[in-house]
Design a protein around this ligand. Sequence first.
Ligand code: AMP
Ligand code: MG
Length: 346
Amino acid sequence: MNTSLHTILGIESSCDETAAAIVREDGEILANIVWSQMAQHAPYGGVVPEIASRAHVAMMDKVIAQACEQANMSLQQVGAIAATTGPGLIGGLMVGLMTGKALASVLQKPFVAVNHLEGHALTVRLTNKVEFPYLLLLVSGGHCQVLLTRGVGDYIRFGGTMDDAVGEAFDKTAKLMGLPYPGGPAIEKRAREGDPRRFKLPLSMVGAEHGDFSFSGLKTAVLRLVDSHRPLDEKTTADICASFQYTVGEILADRMMHAFKRCEAMGLKNLPLVVAGGVAANQFLRGRLAQVAKDFGAELVAPPIALCTDNAAMIAWAGMERWRLNGWGQCDVLDTEPRARWPLAA
Ligand code: AMP
Ligand code: MG
């Protein structure tokens, strides 16, 4: 192993994944352990904060030990410690952040407090070596926003959701049709057999002057549709899934067109469009977004699916980028507090 390169341990616990990873300065992922709590939350159709916190406490040390084992390194050999500090569920954040700060203190290593959203935002620089600036669509279970990414810690927010996140809309829609949690993969699977044009659903915010999104009207429309077709047969379920997914695609496409135009007005043409977050796993939506990017002479870039959903490699990498900018010195003080809310840009 090349020991002259810097390495960093990343810790993630902001939602329902307990994760640890070790990443090297040149972008080599030496270890990437994700322990998903999905099974614990599935009976409730969504993440239960108290269950999440307790599961993080139970698993955190094991996940870190596994990461060290996979990388064939001891904690002493790691150069710095990065931990997700927000935004997210406060109980979970406390578990990962306290662990990270305690390790940094005991091992006398630099500590980096990482914004979870910045982890998602910078992953493509780890996996695809994308240069700044780029346009970012972040779509996950808890987040939905469009950002112009100009550099580490340098973002302009073009818009975000006014109500539900996209993943949340998938999860809630699936739940009201009686489909399993998480809803995204379940809906995508059924949508493949369905007719996307059978039901016309509201294209909320399409054509709006601002850059924001809204998905709650769409969810309510699906609820009415489901109620008027009970008991749902396989065909109708598939058609509702396809119509819902198609509508989400049209909304995302329109909002990204708005963002591309705004970039062009700033003199920024052909910026790569980066999509990240759990919803980026959806092949139909990826296809629709690739089309929009092409219309603006741009390319769609998405990290591998395993690095789109919550993981600690992205936290380690965002920590690495900040640590490097700090001249490989101390980054954050050890009394840094967790932040349930922590916007990337004003
Ligand atoms: P994350 O919040 O990044 O951990 O991602 C989880 C969210 O992504 C959940 O809301 C899932 O329903 C959603 N998701 C996962 N796979 C898909 C998919 N294939 N299509 C749409 N949403 C998805
Ligand atoms: Mg998650």
